[in-house]
Write a protein that binds this ligand. Structure first.
Ligand code: NAD
Length: 443
């Protein structure tokens, strides 16, 4: 089938590549000429495991093309995927200008039936707004061309995006037109073979399902972070509590890890957007407000521990940071906990020496050249002469470090583990003080 994707970010690129991989003829459109140029010269604008290889093989097979020519994009695909950003506005609502701009473009150029498939995360009612925009433009053109707007939210996880798209837990398709639903079912058939995971529903329920999923996951994290602070206060160990509650199948072990707060491009903005939607309708979403507030506070926990340990004076100190990305296996720095920590350390007059397997270039792009931020060639090098080691992102390669080597390099023998991934007792044996989340320090 012929498919057009608007937006070549994390979602658009992965969607385009995976649809091409199963044999579709995919044209990806972006307004960013640098991105398209890079993709057309064999580069990849983001880090995502497995993506590079799939882009190259599908380009070589002629099934995947990249362009800035929106008109050609509209002419190409029966399916017109909208996978552009929906960043938060100042008031927390989702900014729909990019989604509506794509709707406008499609309406300006379409000459026959098109299915607009909304993959961006958008508030309930957006499909109606997209349809209104298309109708308005078609009316201005004096055209009466048929079209449908489908809600097809994306649930992929950065860092495992290809795998998630190829083997999804569910494929949500929101449409009021059964015929369009069947066309989407056919498009998704290769990803839906072992058992049916495609759920057809009305458009509004599909739109809300995406927010509900992210809000639930964010709630689990904030719940555990709240508990970790209580555990610390009462002298309990949150990791033992975690194992204890996870054994109840109604709770389960997934996604109940305490840490230094959630970040990324989805949880923070989607929780805020859902809360904003509710508020606009006169409903106070108290739980969502608390989830957000707890996360905001949790992003300061590491800094507070560091400041307290050093008696409130951090000026002139250097901190080795392990991990910058908001989670492992991605270079995405949007709302990353590392940013809150680095900015607090700089504010306190400290220096940061960071190491991240893939997110250092993005960090340099965000902050530019500055004297209080340097990057190390590897994890151990970051600790050389530093006043402390701080673990911020739970990359696998940080989990079993050589504690003796760290001990011999650090000026002050202390580790702050913001993700509880290190073996504290082992670190202590090597002569290090180990400070983590939700449990007493090990000296
Ligand atoms: P992104 O910012 O990485 O990419 C968006 C792309 O859209 C950019 O390359 C931008 O240049 C392009 N764009 C903007 N306007 C355009 C236009 N008029 N025509 C063509 N291209 C245009 O965004 P993302 O992370 O891929 O997220 C896209 C949507 O998917 C968001 O709504 C997000 O909430 C949702 N989502 C993201 C994830 C994730 O893990 N990143 C997961 C599920 C859903």
């Amino acid at each position: 089938m012929d498919v057009t994707i608007f937006g070549t970010g994390y979602v658009g690129l992965v969607t385009g590549v995976c649809l091409a991989e199963v044999g579709n003829n995919v044209l990806c459109i972006d307004i960013d000429p640098h991105k398209i140029e890079l993709l057309n010269s064999g580069g990849v604008p983001i880090y995502e495991p497995g993506l590079d290889e799939l882009i190259q093989s599908n380009r070589a097979a002629g099934r995947l093309r990249f362009s800035t020519d929106a008109q050609a994009g509209v002419a190409h695909g029966l399916f017109q995927f909208i996978a552009v950003g929906t960043p938060p506005d100042e008031d927390g609502s989702a900014d729909l200008q990019y989604v509506l701009a794509v709707a406008q473009t499609i309406a300006e150029h379409m000459t026959d039936y098109r299915i607009l498939v909304d993959k961006s995360t958008v508030p309930v009612g957006t499909a109606d707004r997209v349809a209104d925009r298309v109708r308005e433009v078609l009316a201005q053109r004096g055209q009466a061309i048929e079209f449908d707007v489908v809600s097809n939210p994306e649930f992929l996880k950065e860092g495992a995006a290809i795998e998630d798209f190829m083997r999804p837990d569910r494929i949500i398709v929101g449409t009021d037109n059964p015929r369009t639903g069947e066309l989407l079912r056919a498009l998704y058939a290769p990803f839906n073979r072992s058992h049916n995971r495609l759920m057809l529903m009305d458009v509004r329920s599909a739109e809300l399902t995406k927010y509900a999923a992210n809000a639930m996951l964010a709630t689990k994290i904030s719940f555990m972070n709240e508990l970790s602070n209580i555990a610390e206060a009462v002298g309990a160990d949150i990791e033992k509590v975690r194992v204890g509650i996870g054994s109840d199948p109604r709770i389960g072990y997934q996604f109940i890890y305490p840490g230094c707060g959630y970040g990324g491009s989805c949880f923070p903005k989607d929780v805020r957007a859902l809360e904003h939607t509710a508020r606009g309708l006169g409903y106070t979403a108290a739980l969502l407000q608390a989830v957000e507030a707890v996360n905001f506070r949790q992003k300061d926990v590491l800094f507070a521990k560091i400041r307290d340990y050093f008696g409130g004076d951090l000026s002139g100190k250097t901190f080795a940071l392990w991990g910058l990305a908001f989670k492992p296996n991605t270079d995405d720095m949007r709302e990353a906990s590392s940013r809150v920590l680095m900015e607090a350390l700089w504010q306190a007059g400290a220096q940061v020496r960071a190491y991240d397997p893939v997110a250092m270039a993005e960090t340099r792009r965000l902050y530019g050249e500055r004297a209080d931020l340097t990057f190390a060639a590897d994890a151990l090098a970051a600790t050389e002469g530093a006043d402390a080691l701080v673990v911020v992102t739970e990359w696998s390669q940080f989990r079993s470090p050589n504690f003796d080597a760290i001990r011999s390099r650090l000026r002050t023998p202390v580790i702050f583990d913001g993700r509880n991934i290190l073996d504290g007792p082992l670190a202590c044996t090597a002569g290090l003080t180990y400070i983590s989340i939700g449990r007493a320090p090990l000296l």
